[in-house]
Design a protein around this ligand. Sequence first.
Ligand code: C5P
Length: 390
Amino acid sequence: MKRILLIVGGGIAAYKSCELIRLCRRAGIEVTCVLTEGGTHFVTPMTLAALSERQVYTTLWDLKDEAEMGHIQLSRQADLVVVAPATADLLARMAAGVADDLATTLLLATDKPVLAAPAMNVRMWQHAATRRNVATLRADGVTVLEPDEGAMACGEYGPGRLPEPPAILAAIEAALAPDRRLEGRHILVTAGPTHEPIDPVRYIANRSSGKQGYAIAAACAAMGARVTLVSGPVALPAPAGTTRIEVETAREMAAAVEAALPADVAIMVAAVADWRVEGAADQKLKKSQGAPALSLVANPDILANVASSPARPRLVIGFAAETERVVEHATAKRTAKRADWIVANDVSGDVMGGDANAVHLVTDIGVETWPAASKAAVARRLAERIADAL
Ligand code: C5P
């Protein structure tokens, strides 16, 4: 019998946690509930106790009589800690490592995987502080689900609704029986842009944020792979369980990729600059000298080189960011670069830097169009397809 510790935070969505408890129990999962102080304003300990048929804990001092350190025990008896609803405040305290109540103390003391299902007002979800906290938690290895989009209790509309209980249950079941099919595999991922210097202070680059590549590296690591992430300059923390090698230019990226081989799979997500400035200046170019005539030369094509190398990974996957005739260009790119698969996406909208992506997977047997999803969901799906293929 699998056991979860369910931390119910203080949001209107707390009532949905009652339904989640019922679904979990029907699925054969034992649930022990912790209710935050805020949570008690939305559901009662009695409700949770009746549904879980177990004692409900609300304060640190519930545990003080126990011979052993009660909070340590409680956080480790479960196979998984679930936070639902995870309010903006709870996420912030988790990200900062604050332990000022029972819930956050348990979260800091646990040695078990943690899954958070956020629920909050759309502006709170989109606030830079929350974005930062979610990124920190994900880098720490916490699974933070994407909230649903729709009408909110506060009358606004947008992302921030607690995912529906069946979706949370599915995530719980996945976390309890993790897919570790990539264990023992070495996966090489490139991500981010490259910077090609013009002089010591100026460079040519592109709009890549690195988000999709980092999500793929994280998804492969979560499935047990040893992941080498060769990354251009981005503002993202290295995902848990990956080894990051930071580079600036395409030539540095090519060298780092070559040094990282052999690998079972190479996934080239980086938006490598196609050209670099020939003879970049050693000193800063002065405005007074007039506009410089930059002469560009082609950078090495890292994907094509890896695909033709004697140490060619079994599966070589490229990306194709296109603004028109997406599938047609991707299909041509697959052949030209000798890649096994091309993941093609239409970047004419706000994909670059955004959190969502809609892609087509072009393989030797045809084209699959995947529904629009978060970059994390696209990454998970790709990692699962890789495991199927190996
Ligand atoms: O040719 P294009 O840049 O559109 O191809 C995109 C794919 O090729 C991506 O997978 C990208 O990571 C890879 N690429 C590369 N080295 C380059 C250019 C692109 O690895 N110099």
